[in-house]
Design a protein around this ligand. Structure first.
Ligand SMILES: [Zn+2]
Length: 285
């Protein structure tokens, strides 16, 4: 397995990259609210699953996919990717934002049925082997309403165990040590990887040069009505989480594509930084 150190990374562009012009054909034209300048946002392909959605971003020779889903969502995934007109073998890369059950659940099925390369943070390596959401670093639900809903859901859904089939990263897969501004470009994706802990320790996000952010569970817009304030329902360290939000903003975030909920403007992160504190998280393990 290759580990990437950002300082030692000097990747050559041996691949024929898509030019900015080519990328725009996948995009939608948007008018910013502050200026009359026309800006382009790449519009990802969205594959809905039972409790989340995954995104496909065009890359050299196919697609880079952000995350998988629950183990039991694999059939939904196959159905919906087919509906989107994409052959499964066109998924060339799997960007794993973190190890949780609803993101890593069908990794084994994917590597069995495709030739894809997985990219993940180095902290994910051992956590994926264990097959359980990490409970060794604390954390909890963001408020009491969420705790109440989660308790009900856990009682009604015996499959919701915060576990997933263990997954072993292979020699061909790639581990990220910190931020990385090279590997995605090598694959024809104009963007960078940011290390974004706070939801959990192995979390990474993908930021395209146009400001589109695929944030995994670093932020969320569902269920906003439960007072999550753009956090995912479970968080580990709020100081770290808000530092990660700031990092995404500093990297030029304009539109956030979360795993849970609809896309939202990056200004929502700016407006909600600091609203939830680690000491107020509701522990449940
Ligand atoms: Zn998660």
């Amino acid at each position: 397995m290759k580990e990437l150190h950002n300082k030692s990374l000097h990747l050559t562009f041996f691949a024929k990259l898509k030019s900015a012009g080519e990328l725009i054909q996948f995009g939608v034209l948007q008018q910013t609210t502050h200026t009359t300048r026309k800006v382009y946002l790449m519009k990802p392909i969205v594959i809905p699953l039972s409790m989340s959605q995954i995104y496909l971003i065009p890359c050299q020779d196919g697609y880079l996919q952000v995350d998988s889903g629950y183990e039991r969502d694999y059939s939904i995934y196959r159905r919906n990717i087919e509906k989107a007109g994409i052959a499964i073998n066109k998924v060339k890369y799997l960007f794993l934002t973190h190890h949780h059950d609803d993101h890593a659940g069908f990794l084994n099925d994917l590597v069995r049925d495709t030739n894809l390369i997985v990219i993940a943070h180095k902290e994910a390596k051992e956590l994926l082997k264990i097959g359980k959401n990490d409970k060794t670093r604390g954390g909890g639900y963001v408020n009491r309403i969420v705790k109440l809903i989660a308790d009900i859901k856990m009682r009604l859904d015996p499959q919701w165990t915060l576990t997933f089939p263990p997954f072993e990263l292979r020699e061909r897969d790639i581990l990220i040590i910190g931020d990385d501004n090279g590997i995605l470009r090598q694959w024809g994706v104009n963007g960078k990887v940011l290390y974004t802990p706070g939801h959990c320790v192995d979390h990474i996000a993908l930021v395209l040069d146009g400001g589109e952010v695929f944030c995994g569970d670093a932020a969320a817009s569902f269920p906003l009505w439960a007072g999550i304030k753009y956090c995912t329902i479970f968080m580990t360290d709020m100081d770290m989480a808000y530092q990660s939000w700031q990092k995404m903003l500093d990297a030029g975030a304009r539109m956030i594509y979360p795993a849970h909920g609809k896309p939202f403007g990056a200004d929502k992160l700016r407006q909600n930084i600091g609203k939830i504190q680690t000491k107020n998280l509701i522990r449940f393990f």
